[in-house]
Design a protein around this ligand. Structure first.
Ligand code: PNS
Length: 162
């Protein structure tokens, strides 16, 4: 039984993330999405909301689940019995950021990171861009699960009225 952790801030989860989960499940038995925080980003959603929206996005996918990831990724992997980390790569920009983290995580614990190349049809789908499209009145339904689209629109409306 091979368990992978797919870590991220998921602010919020997009259909690009969901595609990475589905494709990881073709070579591992279980994917646990670890919902952490990225201190260099200011998040639209609280940790609890990001976890809930990730879980909603994964509904109906056998072998996929989402858990809060406090602390170090490598400690989280150990606690859930994961032997591999999975990350999606949309291009060289993602790779540049991911490479040092993968090397650090291997140095800390020996855990390997497997990079899954984004589906070219979804390679432009980033949480930050989806939120920006929504803030400017664009349609985001094709980029995120229906519940996520509603949650983003709700936040955008609150922000507009505050
Ligand atoms: O989606 P993001 O913003 O790229 O996610 C970054 C995240 C949460 C995966 C990263 O910050 C992380 O792994 N945080 C856990 C703390 C940790 O292990 N830090 C050392 C990384 S080498």
């Amino acid at each position: 039984m091979t368990i992978a952790v797919f870590p991220g801030s998921f602010d919020p989860m997009t259909l690009g993330h969901v595609d990475i989960v589905r494709r990881a499940l073709t070579f591992v038995d279980e994917v646990i999405v670890g919902v952490g925080a990225n201190p260099s980003k200011s998040h639209m959603f609280t940790p609890e909301q990001r976890l809930e929206l990730a879980a909603q996005s994964l509904e109906g996918i056998d072998g996929a689940s989402a858990l809060a990831m406090p602390g170090l990724l490598v400690d989280f992997c150990r606690s859930v019995g994961a032997s591999v980390v999975v990350k999606g790569i949309r291009g060289m920009g993602d790779y540049a950021g991911e490479e040092p983290m993968a090397l650090m995580n291997r140095n800390l614990s020996g855990i390997e990171t497997v990079f899954v190349l984004a589906n070219p049809e979804l390679a432009h789908v980033a949480s930050s861009l989806v939120k920006d499209v929504a803030r400017h009145g664009g349609n985001i339904k094709e980029f995120v699960a229906p519940g996520v689209a509603r949650a983003i629109m709700h936040k955008v409306t609150i922000q507009e009225n505050s």
